[in-house]
Ligand binder design. Sequence first.
Ligand code: ADP
Length: 232
Amino acid sequence: MQQPTTPPPLVELRSLYKYHKTRDLQTAALNGINLHIRTGEFVAITGPSGSGKSTLLNVLGLIDEPSKGTYLFGGQDTGRLSHGGRSRLRKERMGFVFQSFNLIDELTAEENVELPLIYQKVAVRERRERVAAALAELEMNHRAGHYPRQLSGGQQQRIAIARAIVTRPAVILADEPTGNLDSENSRVVMEKLTDFHRTGSTIVMVTHSPEDAAYASRQVRLFDGMELIPES
Ligand code: ADP
């Protein structure tokens, strides 16, 4: 009889290193990281400036390649993927939220949210429905026709989150999502992310804010490119 098999973690890093080389210096930004993230977790990556948080998120988002070690996504070894395969995996299974929103100024809120679906060749009718649903989830449908410059920072970040979720990604990767927001807008953004977590989304968020980290279900603390294991 076959044993029931547990699904592999969504993300698994094994002895992962990332070196940044400048002309006369090599920095180990990640120094042998081992990390498992299961589907449905909300993980906050914290740690002082320079501890490797952004590098880790860039590696997880397939924006940056590790120097050494293994990165499995959904059980698949990302190190064996072609450039096109990495980019497909990134576009189809990952949603990104950045500190500086990164919306396209020339596109309306609605067009910004629609863009990833155009890349995925989703038919126009389904695109319209999914964009409207994503904007509604972020309570931003009343601003669908606005351009980013006509929106507050908090509203821009909500549009950026709508853009990240509209593809129904396996994981949302957020880099300091409240870094440019005041405390009220930060709270709104963190509550939205928490709502998505409650309904099953997997979220990995880099933050230096203890208040934001407290929303997560688990914290991974980095120090000098390594995970700091708290003494018990
Ligand atoms: P954090 O996000 O925690 O502030 P980073 O991941 O940005 O940390 O940086 C980790 C270390 O790697 C730092 O010492 C930083 O100076 C170095 N580093 C990051 N990016 C580069 C780069 N592109 N070139 C050279 N060194 C880098």
